[in-house]
Design a protein around this ligand. Structure first.
Ligand code: ADP
Length: 396
């Protein structure tokens, strides 16, 4: 009877086959495809897309856009993410569309996964960097590197192009905070004079974090091959100069320099020759802070540059269970420090175990805290309040 009916209504038979096929397909794939309505365009927000279509995270990871899992994705569109990583948007849209239809991450041509290579520019006019801002502290362990990283994350969330030059060779922790381990790549600068032993001048390609922050650090150097030649016996000022001059930085809005702790004038002498825009000072509550700031302020004053702002880190602790506030390291000196350095207080950052945890795990970009935005906004406002001559700054 059934048989006869199906013969009479062939469209029903076709429908039944199609449903059976789709069901089998799903079982075979071992996953149920969500019914999404989200439209995949260059303007689609990354986080919204991943929330509706989880496979999008796998596709984006294939393209090296791991930022689908970090805080930046909240603010970034596919186009912005692609641009930040130097990738073409069309293959990304095509792969996402295909993944949505099939439930699989499609094969991606290796050419589409790598950023369009940047040809080294002639030595001496390599990158245009709008603002150069060293971050310093009177002593180690106050959280200078973490503050530098959070500042960078906040700036990226404003879609600014950001680099970090990790000059803290006493404890280079920036790559660790961003989960970077691969040694820096070297490229030959064809236009530069040869080195003393007749080798071509190597240039370093910065590491790129998941949210496309460019990072250079002595932690990302290998003692193999020609790198040893470049980095043998580094001293602080030499390192800063080399990281500055022999690195293929992209054009950046802000280059942050994580200085070694202390107020020795060695790094500051180097900074004299770089066109810095001012310094951010990181302190923590301690009586010594005011003394250190006086010293730092004097040194920076000699450079005729402003202190752009002060950050008091580990300022206090809020107990998560009771909400009670504790001044763990004693009373705050933030206002006094800000007054002495004639600079605004950017923020007072509490002790927060979650931040320390993410930092420890190399997931600093996942710190989804308004403090990153506060720091970035305050820095940009302070830079705007200290205008500089309208020259374009080139490296060297
Ligand atoms: P510095 O660069 O000044 O030597 P780091 O940034 O390396 O200091 O920080 C030292 C340690 O303190 C790190 O383990 C870091 O995760 C932790 N830390 C920094 N700031 C905070 C904070 N506000 N809350 C909790 N831990 C912090």
């Amino acid at each position: 009877m059934n048989h006869i009916r199906q013969q009479e209504r062939p469209e029903l038979l076709l429908k039944a086959i199609s449903v059976a096929y789709q069901t089998a397909f799903r079982i075979q794939n071992g996953r149920t495809m969500p019914h999404t309505t989200i439209v995949i365009t260059p303007q689609t927000n990354i986080q919204a897309l991943v929330a509706e279509l989880p496979i999008a995270a796998d596709v984006l990871t294939q393209f090296g856009l791991g930022c689908s899992g970090c805080g930046v994705s909240k603010y970034e569109t596919l186009e912005q993410g692609a641009a930040a990583h130097g990738l073409r948007i069309d293959p990304i849209i095509a792969a996402l569309t295909q993944a949505r239809l099939s439930g699989f991450v499609p094969l991606i041509a290796s050419d589409d996964k790598v950023p369009t290579p940047r040809a080294p520019r002639p030595f001496g006019m390599r990158a245009n960097i709008k603002y150069i801002v060293p971050v310093m502290s009177g002593k180690g362990g106050v959280g200078k590197s973490l503050v530098t990283a959070m500042l960078a994350v906040g700036l990226r969330r404003k879609h600014l192009r950001v680099g970090i030059l990790d000059a803290d060779i006493t404890g280079p922790s920036i790559p660790k905070l961003f989960g970077l381990r691969q040694p820096l790549l070297l490229e030959v600068d064809p236009s530069a004079p040869k080195t003393a032993n007749g080798n071509p001048q190597p240039l370093m390609v910065p590491a790129i974090s998941r949210s496309a922050i460019e990072i250079v650090s002595s932690n990302l150097l290998t003692d193999k091959e020609d790198t040893a030649m470049v980095w043998r016996g580094p001293i602080v000022s030499g390192v800063i100069r080399q990281f500055y001059e022999q690195v293929l930085w992209s054009d950046l809005d802000v280059l942050l320099i994580d200085l070694p702790p202390g107020t020795s004038d060695a790094p500051l002498t180097v900074l004299q020759s770089l066109s810095i825009d001012g310094v951010v000072l990181v302190t923590m509550p301690q009586a010594l802070a005011t003394m250190i700031v006086r010293k730092a302020a004097n040194l920076i004053h000699q450079l005729k540059k402003p202190i752009l702002g002060v950050v008091e880190n580990m300022s206090y602790f809020i107990a998560p269970d009771t909400g009670a506030r504790y001044d763990v390291f004693g009373p705050s000196y933030a206002d006094r420090v800000s007054e002495l350095s004639e600079a605004p207080l950017f923020a007072r950052i509490p002790i927060d175990s979650r931040k320390a945890e993410l930092a420890d795990e190399g997931r600093v970009e996942e710190i989804d805290d308004a403090i990153c935005d506060t720091l970035a906004d305050a820095l940009m406002a302070s830079l705007a309040a200290h205008p500089k001559p309208q020259e374009v700054i080139s490296l060297l």
